[in-house]
Design a protein around this ligand. Structure first.
Ligand SMILES: [Ca+2]
Ligand SMILES: [Ca+2]
Length: 399
């Protein structure tokens, strides 16, 4: 059975009371529903308290928390024009609201779903046109950053807190809040992260961060609600704010209970960050972020940056994966590998008639001839245009 979180969201909005599964879109709790005691004493109050709708005063990356405009789920801006959000919302082609301005989606960049090994992650990468002027947002690094059991700031654009729900008695009685999309604005809240090897959602398989709704994270404790899919989970790690998770699932409103049983989910980004960032890749494959960008530890003549950008193994000879040329009628072609999910490198195909004076090549056609997860094999066709000789090369630059 094909599983479609987005369809689920559109049809039902949320799950019925008593259902033990999670809603497939993170309908975050109020854009984080806040679980403080005052909320219980005055349960009908909507949560548009300024405390949680203005930037947090601890420097959490508020500006990077984006929205799939105009009235859709959440996303996070990574820098260099890249947007990360839940895959189940990533089919939309609308603009992205970042720090008060809407940016058009770059239709020339086909969205990349993050996959690796057997993991089919509820995570997609898009690009925008234009420059929000925000520097690269750091991403949690596995084995270096402790992203579990860590104070987390969630920022999203999901629904607000609606009608209070209550039944039964006692500390774990069923209680919660309906989601109110009329007060769907950007909010933040806190929680403590926990981990799990696999998502609760059937049909997908990826490592998650979990956020229990057990009021262990102070009066601002929050969880994702409707349209918080794609919301960012940020952590202060080693003195640097980093993106540690992307919200993918929330509990239904009636399961926003004080409980160590129910939790919301997000993608644990550290597990997949080597596909997105060179610094993270260095740690994942070499155990050391201090490796020189142009070092060549495996002595295959290919510098580390190029091994990353082309999806090669930095500990094995990769000569057979270097770009290769061919003549195809009136074209000179170059076939090369590219890690499509890399957000911090630029690829330029260059041409020359003299092995000097390299200029960007006139690429008439670009074909994707094979894919292996997020690594694509591309073939660019450059017109020979009467030249008696022509040279092509791939230039990779770290942004
Ligand atoms: Ca090498
Ligand atoms: Ca190699």
């Amino acid at each position: 059975m094909a599983y479609s979180p987005l369809k689920f969201l559109l049809r039902f909005g949320c799950l019925l009371s008593g259902c033990a599964t999670l809603a497939f879109h993170p309908q975050s709790s109020e854009a984080l529903v806040v679980f403080g005691s005052n909320d219980q004493l005055a349960p009908s109050n909507p949560d548009y308290n300024d405390t949680y709708t203005l930037p947090p005063n601890d420097g959490a990356p508020w500006a990077y928390a984006a929205r799939v405009s105009p009235d859709s789920p959440s996303a996070v801006y990574l820098g260099h024009g890249f947007i990360l959000t839940a895959n189940h919302v990533a089919t939309r082609n609308t603009g992205i609201l970042i720090d008060g301005q809407v940016y058009d989606r770059d239709q020339t960049f086909e969205r990349i779903r993050i996959t690796t090994g057997s993991d089919n992650v509820d995570l997609s990468l898009w690009k925008i046109l234009g420059d929000p002027g925000l520097p690269e947002l750091p991403i949690a690094i596995p084995t270096v950053d402790y992203d579990l059991g860590t104070a987390t700031t969630l920022i999203g654009w999901g629904a607000g807190k609606g009608q209070y729900l209550s039944s039964g008695y006692g500390p774990n009685k069923i209680e919660g809040w309906e989601w109110d999309q009329s007060i769907q604005i950007k909010r933040w809240g806190t929680n403590m992260s926990d981990g799990e090897a696999s998502s609760l959602v059937p049909g997908v398989d990826y490592e998650v961060l979990r956020f229990f709704q057990n009021r262990n994270a102070g009066p601002g404790e929050a969880a994702p609600a409707q349209d918080d899919s794609g919301a960012g989970a940020f952590q202060l790690l080693g003195g640097i704010w980093k993106l540690s998770g992307i919200a993918t699932l929330s509990q239904s409103p009636s399961l926003f209970v004080n409980s160590d049983t129910y939790y919301s989910e997000g993608v644990r980004l550290g597990t997949y960050s080597h596909l997105l960032r060179f610094e993270n890749w260095k740690v994942a494959v070499g155990g050391n972020s201090a490796l020189e960008d142009l070092s060549d530890g495996d002595n295959d003549g290919i510098p580390l940056l190029a091994e990353y950008a082309m999806g090669m193994a930095p500990g094995a000879n990769s000569m057979d994966q270097l770009p290769s040329p061919a003549i195809d009628g009136d074209y000179l072609t170059i076939t090369y590998r590219r890690l499509m999910s890399a957000t911090d490198v630029e690829f330029v195909i260059e041409e020359s008639d003299t092995v000097g004076g390299w200029v960007p090549a006139t690429v008439a056609v670009r074909e994707t001839i094979a894919t292996d997860h997020t690594i694509h094999m591309l073939r660019d066709k450059v017109p020979i245009a009467g030249a008696t000789r022509k040279f092509l090369r791939v230039r990779v630059t770290r942004l």
